[in-house]
Design a protein around this ligand. Structure first.
Ligand SMILES: Cc1cc2nc3c(=O)[nH]c(=O)nc-3n(C[C@H](O)[C@H](O)[C@H](O)COP(=O)(O)OP(=O)(O)OC[C@H]3O[C@@H](n4cnc5c(N)ncnc54)[C@H](O)[C@@H]3O)c2cc1C
Length: 416
């Protein structure tokens, strides 16, 4: 029987493995790190003495591929959120607080209810979002919208900064529309926020590994692929440090590694090269009653505040400007804002700051244009990853769709 070798145990590789293993295909997943999960993983932090995630991850209830993946691996109950799409916000400049309360259905009548929409905006202001429909593939959000005004500052900028991890003005309008189409335009029931409160690994990674293993697959950690051996139209071997794995003609390979690694392994592969940082700050503190699971913050350094049972965590996207800031200075600045948002009067508790330098590819139109499809000119080599041409920005949903697609390509291609 043909075997499938999957390189990279991030969510793209794992979702491909789950899909193939459930179809009875023997898979082996090779991962360079000593832990699976890639950019979506938990670890024990010695300073906080608790298990935290490499970054706060938010899923939306309309992320169908990600939720189906969780369902298949038996982990759907590990992501939770409010029963309605509700988003509390705080404006640190004015002190105002409000909660966006979209209605469930597709017809957005919530925009006509002053108490449900962004304060200081009119219903008609939201029509500007329709401009994304006609934007086309090469435009930036700044080419399509006037990037100022209350609606922009209090909704459009924070929403797209978070989902695109790129400064919205320069970010791809097509990718913005792809997200908008499946969330805001699809009705509140499709954008209830969901969080893995018990950690990313226990939701997205460990159940997937168990699923793959119980379906006959294998995971090989600390196995960094160094090179692929090619003939005219096939991969013939995988070269790991000190070991070569020869492939039978009917075997297939899914390369689910980050773009720079893929470009170093596959001749002439064009990939996005520019990336953006995400900064997360974590504070070990019992969370006071009344702090929402997720709060949007306007006019602050911090953008989103996540409340876990035993800690408050902050996300700042497109945060390359903070790479050189000394850690202590950054932690104090962030804590000051966190204390204001959560109404806490106490000195800064134990903290940790994680700066993920290449968190995602930069969602710029010119980078989006470089994303390759899953096909390659080698008949048994398929690409996967959030940076391939999924039509979505670099998200869990995009990574899982890419893994599913790679698996389907293999399932639908008869072995030579
Ligand atoms: C801080 C942060 C916050 C985020 N927040 C969100 C969010 O709120 N919502 C959301 O939807 N998405 C979010 N994302 C994005 C999401 O995490 C990614 O889109 C997704 O995890 C990418 O999965 P992947 O499998 O494509 O890539 P990766 O996770 O990068 O997986 C690639 C794997 O390949 C391995 N590898 C590399 N080289 C080799 C080699 N030579 N041989 C073998 N293995 C190799 C790597 O170690 C890695 O495990 C966030 C990302 C970060 C970093």
């Amino acid at each position: 029987m043909r075997a499938v070798h999957i390189i990279g145990a991030g969510l793209a590789g794992l979702s491909a493995a789950v899909r193939l293993a459930s179809s009875g295909i023997p898979v082996t997943v090779y991962e360079a790190a000593n832990q699976a999960g890639g950019r979506c993983r938990s670890y024990h932090d010695p300073i906080l003495d608790m298990t935290i995630d490499n970054g706060n991850h938010l899923l939306l209830s309309g992320n169908q591929a990600a939720l189906s993946y969780l369902e298949k691996i038996g982990a759907l109950d590990r992501v939770t959120g409010p029963s309605k799409a509700e988003f509390p916000f705080v404006d640190l400049a004015s002190g105002e607080r409000w909660t966006l309360r979209p209605n469930d259905g597709r017809l957005p009548w919530w925009l006509f209810a002053r108490q449900r929409r962004v304060p200081g905006t009119r219903s008609l202001d939201y029509l500007v979002l329709l401009r994304f429909l006609w934007a086309g593939p090469h435009k930036a959000i700044g080419d399509v919208l006037d990037c100022k005004g209350t609606l922009y500052e209090r909704l459009i900028d924070p929403f797209f900064r978070a989902v695109l991890n790129t400064e919205p003005q320069k970010a791809s309008a097509a990718l913005a529309w792809a997200v908008l189409r499946e969330s805001l335009a699809a009705g509140g029931r499709n954008y209830r926020p969901l969080v893995a409160q018990g950690g990313l690994s226990s939701a997205f990674v460990e159940p997937a590994l168990r699923f793959v293993e119980t379906h006959g697959g294998a995971l090989a950690l600390s196995q960094r692929l160094r090179a692929l051996a090619f003939d005219d139209d096939h991969i013939t071997a995988l070269d790991f440090a000190g070991a070569s794995v020869p492939l039978a003609k009917e075997d297939a390979v899914i390369l689910a590694v980050p773009p720079a690694v893929a470009a170093s392994l596959v001749p002439e592969l064009i990939t996005p090269v520019e990336s953006r940082t995400i900064v997360n700050a974590h504070f070990r503190i019992p969370v006071p009653a009344g702090v929402a699971p997720i709060t949007g913050v306007i006019n602050g350094e911090i953008e989103w505040l996540f409340a876990f049972p035993d800690r408050l965590s902050v996300t700042i996207s497109a945060a390359d400007r903070l790479l050189e800031t000394p850690r202590e200075e950054l932690a104090s600045r962030i804590w000051e804002e966190v204390a204001e948002v959560a109404d806490i009067v106490s000195p800064m508790p134990p903290w940790q700051i994680i700066r993920e330098r290449r968190a995602t590819f930069a969602a710029l139109p010119q980078e989006d244009a470089k994303r390759p499809s899953a096909h390659t000119r080698w008949r048994n080599l398929v690409l996967a990853g959030d940076w391939t041409a999924t039509g979505l920005p670099a998200t869990i949903e995009g990574a899982v769709r890419s893994g599913n697609r790679a698996a389907e390509l293999i399932l639908n291609t008869s072995a030579p």
